[in-house]
Design a protein around this ligand. Structure first.
Ligand code: URA
Length: 241
């Protein structure tokens, strides 16, 4: 791993702001391999160095991965001048880590949203080339039927001529269904169902690949992915070691 400034290494852990960390370092609260280090600019390899803050050893992670149960009513963005974003639900230490949402759920869509600071991971989850299935629960106007399911399976053409990859539609009840897609075009699920004359009234993402929403989180809740969650996803993305 390339050498990184010590204040940046600590800031990436979300411990405090870079300015606060520089003060902590200068006041002698940080040690590197057992020696007090007062230079914030000191470069080190965080994967091969033992760093302590106030005597407590710090655990370095190259990247961070969280899941959120996105509530409807918030925009999926890192910042927005006018509207509340999903990032507003996170405490300052997580916002400082440079997390960003993986893909986008519409303002009125709820459910599983991944947050990470790993660009390669995000790219692979989103890319249709990875064939990662995203599963949605949709409540619609009208009744989804077997012809709709067949049209989804064949690959729909949307009202503006956009062609969609084959997708899944499973009828759950009179006015609700499960939809599985492997791509993430703008308003994709809504536009697919609208193309079949079944406008969406409610949309919730239930899973991404083998990773299911943790229903215990509740709207706006979030948690770090467990090692098991992450291994499952990384293997599907061919990023597992
Ligand atoms: N498809 C949509 O139409 N909206 C979403 O938020 C996600 C998928």
């Amino acid at each position: 791993m390339p050498l990184v400034r010590m204040d940046k290494v600590l800031a990436d852990m979300g411990l405090a702001s870079r300015k606060e960390l520089r003060e902590m370092i200068k006041s002698g609260r940080v040690s590197v391999d057992g020696q007090v280090e007062k230079r914030p600019e000191r470069k080190l390899d965080p994967t091969a160095t033992r760093i302590t803050l106030n005597g407590e050893e710090l655990r370095y992670q190259a990247h961070h991965y969280y899941m959120m149960d996105k509530p409807s009513g918030l925009v999926t963005a890192t910042e927005d001048r006018e509207q509340k974003t999903v990032m507003d639900l996170l405490p300052p230490e997580l916002r400082r880590m440079g997390l960003f949402p993986v893909g986008r759920l519409d303002k009125d869509t709820s459910g599983l949203l991944l947050l990470t600071d790993d660009g390669e991971f995000a790219h692979r989850v989103i890319s249709p080339k990875s064939c990662v299935e995203k599963l949605y629960y949709a409540k619609v106007e009208g009744s989804p039927n077997e012809e709709d399911a067949a049209a989804f399976a064949a690959g729909l053409t949307l009202a503006d001529g956009t062609r969609c990859l084959p997708a899944g539609l499973e009828i759950l009840g009179e006015d609700c269904c499960l939809v599985t897609v492997t791509e993430g075009k703008y308003h994709q699920v809504k536009r697919m169902l609208a193309a079949r004359g079944k406008p969406v009234k409610e949309l919730r993402r239930l899973s991404i690949g083998g990773l299911k929403i943790d229903e215990r989180l509740g709207p706006g809740g979030f948690r770090e992915l467990t090692e098991k969650d992450l291994c499952k996803l990384l293997c599907e993305l061919d990023m597992g070691n």
